[in-house]
Structure formats: C-alpha cells, structure tokens
Design a protein around this ligand. Structure first.
Ligand code: CTP
Length: 394
C-alpha cells in the first residue's frame, strides 16, 4: 500500500485521453491516496471538474489567483505538501512549459514550486511526440529527474497510428509507486521466475499445476519499483505483462531451464517463484492421441531442477527459492535451503496457489524464521525483498 495516505497533486491537461484521469483517480482513491486535482483550462473542454472532484473527493483547482485568495490551499502549499505531482495526461504544451521554466498557470506553477517527485504521462499525436523539440524537452526533464511513463504505441484518437497514446491506467499506477519508492535495490540485476510450466502429452494436452504466476509477478514488479533491473521468466499466465522489465515467456520446464540459465550469470539476485514441473511425459505424441484402452499409463521422466543447478554454480548471486509444502513446512523448507544452496527460502502451503493472498514463512541461512500472516501477494513480495535487502547489507 505505497500510495496509502500519500498526497497526490493530480494534474490533468487538455488531451482526448483526459477521460482516463477519472479512472486513474478512482484507483488512487481505492489505494487510499489523497488526491488534489488540478485541471488546466483546456482540460475542462474534455471532462468536467464535477466528475473529477466527485471521484477525487476534493475540489478541483484551476486558477492560480482564485486559489491564492481562497482559504483552502495556496499553490505553494499544494506544491510543498504533495508527496507526488502526477500529470496524466501531459500534453506537449505542459511538457514544453515545464522544460523551459514557464509557470503561467496553476499546474505549471505547482510543478515548478514542488520539491516532490514529478511524474508525467504524455499523450499526444505521434508526429508531435516525434517532434525533435518535444523530444529535447523530454530528455531535458529526464536529466533533471522528472519521471515519465509512456506514451504507448497504438491507434490514436486523431486517426493516426503510432507512439502517443496515454499509458494504461495500471502502468501509470505502477509508475506512481515507482516514483514514490525508496530505490534500495538500485544496481541489482534481478531474475524472477513465475507461473506454472506445461509438459506436453500431445499437441492439445499437457500436464501442469495450479500456479497463477501472481507471487512471481508481484516480486518482479516490487523489485523494479525498488530500483532493480528485472528479468521476469514466466510460464503461461493470464496476468498482464508488467511494464519496464524484460519479459521472457516460456512454456515447458525445459524452456524455463534454458531461459533461467541464460540470464543467471549476469544476475545478482535470483528468486525462483515458478512452479516448475518435476516430471514430464517421456514421450510427446506428434498427433492427438486417440482413446483406445480403458486405462492409460503415461511414462514420466524427471525434469532438470533449475534452482539446484543455480545453487551448484553459485558465485556472488543471492538465491531465493520457494518451498511449497503440504506437511512439515519448516523442516522440508530448511532441507531445500541446504540442498539447493539457497540464501533464503520462502515456505508456503498450497492455499496461496491460485489466490491473491499468500501466507508464507521466511527462513534464512542462519535459521532465522519469520512467520508472516496471510497478506496480499504485493505485500508478501515487499516483505521478502525487505529480508533480502537486510541480509545483503549484512
Ligand atoms: N524448482 C526448480 N526446478 C524444478 C523444480 C523446482 O527450480 N524442476 C524450484 C522452484 O521454483 C522452487 C524450489 O525449486 O523455488 C522448490 O520447488 P518445490 O516444487 O517446492 O520443491 P521441489 O524441489 O520440486 O521438491 P519436492 O517436489 O520434493 O517438494
């Protein structure tokens, strides 16, 4: 809950995508952030202040002097009390103004007066985004520590197709969390595996397990938010691809092994959250198997244990494994910690397999044991990474 109680000055400028700021506001409020909406005059041509203020549960401010005279909050107060200034959508105009030190309305004044992080989510025609002056302005702002999310590629409201679409609301939420987080994993190259694997019986059938991928995806996103470079190697999952990380989709245990081994040498931290199949059918039929006998026996063979291989080859990497246990949780998890040469093992029961909650026990090499209560997987991810940071710092 990084956004909980955070004061967010939400700037909305005049672009067709301004309507998406309503959904963004709804999600920020859902995360218990405090939203102070600031609309430019042209934003009001696209959505009404009433909609935005109703969702934000705060009045919308637009005029510089109206605010200064009012008893509510001055533009300087707004700039100083905000934990984050988020502009979504951000037009070429506001980007140009901020990059050139122009403060001629409430939003541009708040941005120039704030010491809080500023996150801009551009939205404009693709030709405008490609305009070298706009590109220079963006580069200049990035150099000065302004955060950007997007724009995305796709169909644009103006009829063009290209880069200029406002990022998805969920990517903007992730970027807001990124802008607000301590970067205590900066410099780390993190490899996370997630999801199940599928072992083919024939072209239309496979053996798999109930993993949703949620725990691994939460870990990958949390590591990225905390400043790490992240590679996420994922078995089949219906979850949206997290932004700003290297995403490697795989299907079988063999593909998972190959991908993990490829990224292992350059990684400094590995978290194997994938539910890799331990066995695969010895034979994969090239065509669909027809039913014949009353029963069917499939001969299975062992897959390679990725984590064990990594444990054997370990140099400076910090290795985190999961131990899914239905009995003797701590004892079995400790055994895996030793056998796979891990630095940390996360023991869990199958209850969290296809759920948004997980209940885990974190055990390190010194046998320190932390039993967490059932928590949302995002929070579990941060608690695991807190342990990693603590141990890595010694
Ligand atoms: N793992 C792996 N490669 C495999 C199987 C498991 O890298 N072929 C990793 C998992 O990602 C997890 C850890 O090893 O981090 C433990 O997985 P788990 O399924 O709990 O245990 P196994 O090692 O398979 O042992 P067992 O089936 O006997 O419980």
């Amino acid at each position: 809950m990084i956004l909980k109680d955070k004061k967010i000055a939400l700037g909305v400028t005049g672009a067709i995508s301004a309507y998406k700021s309503l959904e963004l506001t709804r999600l920020l409020i859902k995360q218990e952030a405090v939203v102070w909406p600031v609309m430019t005059r042209s934003a009001k041509e696209f959505i009404t202040p009433l909609s935005l203020s109703t969702l934000a549960r705060n009045p919308v401010s637009t005029e510089l002097f109206e605010l200064a005279e009012g008893s509510r909050i001055s533009h300087i107060d707004l700039a100083q009390s905000a934990d984050l200034v988020l502009v979504a959508p951000a037009t070429a105009n506001i980007i140009g103004k901020v990059a050139n030190g122009i403060a001629d309305d409430l939003l541009s004044t708040v941005i120039s007066a704030t010491t809080a992080p500023v996150l801009l989510a551009p939205s404009m025609n693709c030709r405008m985004w490609e305009n070298p002056i706009v590109a220079e302005n963006v580069e200049r702002l990035k150099r000065h520590g302004y955060f950007f999310v997007g724009p995305d590629e796709g169909d644009l409201a103006c009829g063009y197709e290209g880069r200029g679409r406002l990022s998805s609301v969920s990517d903007i939420m992730d970027a807001a969390e990124y802008a607000l987080s301590d970067k205590d994993l900066k410099g780390e190259k993190v490899l996370v595996s997630a999801g199940p694997t599928r072992e083919a019986i024939d072209p239309v059938r496979y053996i798999s397990n109930a993993s949703s991928g949620r725990m691994g995806y939460a870990l990958a996103k949390a590591a990225r938010r905390r400043g790490a470079e992240v590679v996420l190697i994922s078995g089949p999952s219906s979850l949206p691809r997290p932004s700003d990380i290297t995403f490697v989709p795989v299907v079988s245990a063999e593909e998972m092994y190959d991908a993990c081994i490829r990224y292992y040498p350059q990684s400094t931290l590995v978290i194997m959250a994938a539910a890799v199949a331990d066995y695969r059918p010895k034979k994969t039929y090239p065509t669909k198997m027809k039913k014949e006998a009353t029963s069917l026996t499939l001969e299975m063979e062992r897959t390679a244990d990725v984590l064990k291989y990594m444990g054997n080859k370990k140099k400076d990497q910090f290795l985190v494994g999961f131990a899914l246990e239905t009995e003797n949780l701590e004892e079995n998890a400790k055994k895996k910690l030793g056998e796979k040469n891990l630095d940390l093992v996360i023991a869990n029961s199958p209850v969290g397999l296809d759920s948004t909650l997980n209940q885990v026990t974190i055990i390190n090499k010194d046998n320190d044991i932390e039993v967490l209560p059932p928590l949302p997987k995002d929070e579990v991810a941060d608690r695991i990474l807190d342990n990693v940071v603590k141990l890595k710092r010694g």
